[in-house]
Design a protein around this ligand. Structure first.
Ligand SMILES: Cc1cc2nc3c(=O)[nH]c(=O)nc-3n(C[C@H](O)[C@H](O)[C@H](O)COP(=O)(O)O)c2cc1C
Length: 180
C-alpha cells in the first residue's frame, strides 16, 4: 500500500498568528507515528488573491497543485468572529476538484475551543466532498496558551490528536480508492 500524504493546513495568515505553533505540535505527534507523510501547508506561502479578483491564476493554480498531491488534511482552525478566518475560507474557495473525495480532521482553538469555527468549517467541507472525521481536539486560548500567544498544550490533547489521525488515515486510504 502506498504511503498517504497528509497536509496540515494552517488556517490563519495574520502577523503574530499562533497557528504555526499549533501546526508544528500536531506534526510532531504525527511524525512520531511513522505511518504517513505529514507536511505543514501554510496558506500564507501561496499569497492567494481573494477568489476571482485577480487576472492571474498562477497563485490559485499553485495552491490547487499542492492540494492535488495530498490524500487528506488536518485543518488548524482558529475562531474569528464565531467562524473560520477569511484566509481559510478564501483558500477553500480557491480550489475545487482537488479537495474532492478526501478526508480531513480539525484541530481548533479559541475562547470556546474554536468549536463554532470548526462547526462552520464542517458545513463547507460537506459541499467540497471532504469527509471530516468525528474526533476533534479543541484547544483553549485560556488554558492551552500563555497570554493567548505561547502555546503550552495540556497533556490530554495528544491522545485526541492521535485518535483524530487514526480516523483521518483510515478514511484517506479508503477514499483514495475512489480517485483511482
Ligand atoms: C478578528 C478576530 C476575531 C476574533 N474573534 C474571536 C471569536 O469570535 N471567538 C474566539 O474565541 N476568539 C476570537 N478571536 C481570538 C482568536 O481566536 C485568537 O486571536 C487566535 O489566536 C487567532 O488565531 P491566530 O493567532 O492563528 O491568528 C478573534 C481574533 C481576531 C483577530
Amino acid at each position: 500500500m502506498t504511503t498517504l500524504n497528509i497536509g496540515i493546513i494552517l488556517g490563519s495568515t495574520r502577523q503574530g498568528r499562533v497557528s504555526p505553533q499549533v501546526g508544528e505540535w500536531v506534526k510532531g505527534i504525527a511524525d512520531a507515528r511513522g505511518d504517513a507523510n505529514y507536511e505543514i501547508v501554510d496558506i500564507a506561502d501561496f499569497k492567494l488573491p481573494m477568489f476571482g479578483e485577480s487576472d492571474s491564476y498562477a497563485e490559485a493554480q499553485a495552491w490547487a497543485a499542492k492540494l492535488a498531491t495530498l490524500d487528506g488534511f488536518v485543518f488548524i482552525v482558529q475562531e474569528y468572529n464565531h467562524s473560520l478566518s477569511g484566509a481559510l475560507k478564501n483558500a477553500l474557495d480557491s480550489a475545487r476538484d482537488e479537495w474532492n473525495n478526501k478526508a480531513a480532521g480539525i484541530v481548533s482553538y479559541g475562547s470556546a475551543g474554536g468549536a463554532r469555527a470548526a462547526e462552520h468549517l464542517r458545513g463547507i467541507l460537506g459541499e467540497l466532498s471532504v469527509a471530516d472525521v468525528r474526533v476533534h481536539p479543541l484547544l483553549s486560548l485560556f488554558t492551552d496558551f500563555e497570554n493567548g500567544s505561547v502555546f503550552k498544550p495540556a497533556d490530554l490533547h495528544a491522545a485526541n490528536v492521535n485518535a483524530m489521525l487514526d480516523q483521518v488515515l483510515a478514511w484517506s486510504g479508503a477514499l483514495k480508492t475512489l480517485r483511482q
